[in-house]
Write a protein that binds this ligand. Structure first.
Ligand code: PLP
Length: 406
């Protein structure tokens, strides 16, 4: 039984007030709050088990290495991936996608080669490809969502031509909550011999993930949205793709041997992990993922689907609220504007006064906002600890905004 009150008690910050009101935290799309076991595990790691990893022969270094390396296996299990050696630690999705752009894509793309992207993408899955456009003349081919924000996988597959070298697509939009059928995209791309990178930054947070079922080549996650620490994350890379990659950052740990004239590299995945990593951050991420697996991602998904349906029903009654993209298959993320002169920033300021945290702006997705024909939206993004009462608090505060700004 999914007991949301019990789950909320695991997250100390949810008990606090903001502006004299109980906090309603609806900014999970930007970053999620942390359960006490993650906070405690990080404190414990610093207080009792801290040393640098890999290089040491002493007790604490071995202990820290064991804990840190163990997280590869936890991430693999969370993603349904068979082999922990296919997990590369990163500081988050942004680093993961930049790694693929630099180490895999750049050396194998020439002027005129194409990367197929959707207009739903976050800047983290756009700008690293713009680098290749600017530096190497790579062409970005954009696939538009339907008016309701949904993305037809067949349109993405149809955009793959003889010059396409990669498809890069999100599993879930951080703006509209649209869920993308990435498995169908991968099937179609594979039939055309083209690798697929899936941005799982949002997708992995809200539904169970199985990499074999998706069939992608690269899958990026970011720890701070998964109820883990900021600065943690990973990218899963298929073994055969990993073998094709040059190193990314150079430094300690990623080498086998360095002389004055020569350098040889460590085996993957360490070949792509230079320097002292986020040791305690990744340990914290491991604990967060264990927490999610103990709750059961199917249960998290069911809870959030119920919240989405409840919010949809409540929003229907607000005829001055313009939802931006409301695809049938979407998660509990709602972007909206209000009829009238109020800017998204004004609305979020009023909501903040009521203790409600939402995000306002372009959400690092300017091409999508341009497509939607808006300069900014407010975004309420729900997580595993949110409740229908919090939806009611949001609706009540939006009604106040409507009165104030109409
Ligand atoms: N992709 C999506 C869909 C996101 O929502 C985000 C974060 O908002 C990112 C990528 C970037 O993640 P990070 O900033 O943690 O690297």
């Amino acid at each position: 039984m999914y007991d949301v009150a019990k789950i909320r008690a695991d997250f100390p910050i949810l008990a606090r007030e903001v502006n004299g009101k109980p906090l309603v935290y609806l900014d999970n799309g930007a970053s999620a709050q942390k359960p006490r076991i993650v906070i405690d595990a990080m404190t414990h790691a610093y207080a009792e088990e801290y040393a640098n990893v890999h290089r040491g022969l002493h007790y604490l270094s071995n202990l820290a290495t064991e804990k840190y390396e163990g997280v590869r296996g936890i991430i693999a299990r969370f993603l349904g991936a068979p082999d922990p050696e296919e997990i590369v630690f990163t500081t988050g999705t942004t680093e993961g996608i930049n790694l693929i752009s630099y180490a895999w894509a750049a050396p194998r793309m020439e002027a005129g080669d194409e990367i197929v992207l959707s207009v739903l993408e976050h800047h983290a899955n756009i700008v690293p490809w713009h680098f290749l456009r600017e530096r190497q003349g790579v062409v970005l081919k954009w696939v538009e969502p339907a008016p309701d924000g949904s993305l037809d996988p067949e349109k993405v597959v149809a955009a793959i031509g003889p010059k396409t070298k990669l498809v890069a697509v999100t599993q879930m939009s951080n703006v509209t909550g649209t869920l993308v059928d990435v498995a169908s995209i991968c099937r179609g791309a594979k039939a055309k011999g083209v690798p697929v990178l899936v941005d799982g930054s949002q997708g992995a947070v809200h539904r169970p993930v199985s990499i074999p079922a998706i069939g992608c080549d690269f899958y990026a996650i970011t720890g701070h949205k998964l109820y883990g620490p900021s600065g943690s994350g990973a990218i899963w890379i298929a073994k055969d793709r990993m073998a094709e990659m040059r190193p990314f950052l150079g430094g300690g740990d990623m080498i086998r041997e360095v002389t004055r004239d020569l350098v040889t590299y460590n085996d993957p995945p360490m070949k792509f992990e230079a320097g002292t990593p986020g040791i305690v951050q990744q340990i914290g991420l491991g604990v967060a993922l264990e927490y999610l697996m103990a709750l059961g991602m199917e249960n998290v998904a069911a809870h959030e689907a119920a919240l989405r349906d409840y919010a949809r029903e409540r929003f229907k009654g607000l005829n001055w609220l313009n939802l931006q993209g409301d695809a049938p298959d979407k998660g509990a993320i709602f972007s909206f504007t209000l009829e009238g002169p109020a800017h998204a920033h004004d609305i979020s300021t009023v909501l903040d006064k009521k203790g409600i945290a939402v995000r306002a702006g372009t959400h690092c997705a300017m091409p999508l906002l341009d497509h939607l024909g808006v300069t900014a939206t407010c975004r309420a993004s729900f997580g595993l600890y949110n409740t229908t009462e919090e939806v009611d608090r949001l609706v009540e505060a939006l009604e106040l905004c409507h009165e104030l700004f109409a």
